[in-house]
Design a protein around this ligand. Structure first.
Ligand SMILES: [Zn+2]
Ligand SMILES: [Zn+2]
Length: 247
């Protein structure tokens, strides 16, 4: 989300980010939800969107001609309304998502048991993460004991009760969030809203579900969640090692 994004005052949701959808999406349901990312802002939270009929017309016209624009009659809505409109119109095979999440949970659970046991993860005094080095460090009595290389998955915010993928979070450096883009690509391929869209209403359990999906996708050896300012930050673990004291 860039600072230049403008706000809109919604009668229902108050002051929110301004978003744009075609007039059909605003009123309809199950019309399909086509994302029109601005090439200048490929990670924006709420790209302009239009229905399948508008997409067909746009393809015929080749660009946003007067005819395509008139037909789409793009409307300004707030980001909360956008999320509702998106959920109502997005079409996907829910079975695919359910199967993906359950097999991913099975994968992560097995990995996690081993990770926790091998590195005594539950018994260290403190943890510190550093996004620049991409590490999660566990320590006891001020001395590092286990060092992990991690990839950020995303975060749950209790302020907005929403999930946001790491790739859409401006406060993370690219290397630590780059691999979350692999899940985004998978979501685009499978047409799954929760994997393909930057931010959506969710809870901490959704966070674990998305973390499991990413863990399996990346063959992670485990996952970890740390409290953040208002919510939780989720990460998958690439590798881990005991830090031997230097003689
Ligand atoms: Zn439309
Ligand atoms: Zn609204």
């Amino acid at each position: 989300m860039s600072d230049s994004e403008s706000l809109v005052s919604c009668g229902e949701h108050g002051e929110r980010n301004a978003c744009f959808v075609c007039c059909h999406l605003k009123e309809g349901e199950a019309l399909g939800f086509n994302l029109g990312y601005d090439p200048e802002a490929p990670d924006e939270l709420y790209p302009a969107a239009w229905c399948d009929a508008c997409e067909v017309l746009l393809e015929q016209e080749g660009e946003w001609t007067d005819r395509a624009q008139t037909e789409a009659d793009i409307q300004l809505v707030c980001s909360a309304c956008y999320e509702l409109i998106r959920a109502r119109n997005w079409r996907q095979d829910d079975e695919v998502l359910v199967e993906l999440i359950s097999s991913s949970f099975a994968y992560l659970q097995a990995q996690q048991e081993r990770f926790m046991a091998d590195y005594c993860i539950g018994s260290h005094e403190r943890w510190d993460w550093d996004q620049n080095s991409g590490t999660l460090l566990f320590s006891n009595a001020g001395l590092p004991v286990v060092e992990c290389h991690v990839d950020f998955v995303g975060s749950f915010s209790s302020r907005s009760d929403s999930w946001r993928w790491a790739w859409a979070n401006d406060s993370f450096v690219e290397p630590i969030k780059a691999r979350s883009r692999e899940v985004r690509a998978l979501g685009e391929e499978l047409g799954l809203l929760s994997l393909a869209c930057a931010q959506w209403p969710g809870d901490p359990v959704d966070g674990w579900e998305m973390t499991a999906v990413m863990a399996r996708q990346l063959n992670a050896i485990g996952a970890y969640r740390v409290p953040s300012e208002a919510g939780f930050l989720y990460m998958t673990v690439r590798d881990a090692r005991w830090v031997r004291p230097t003689e």
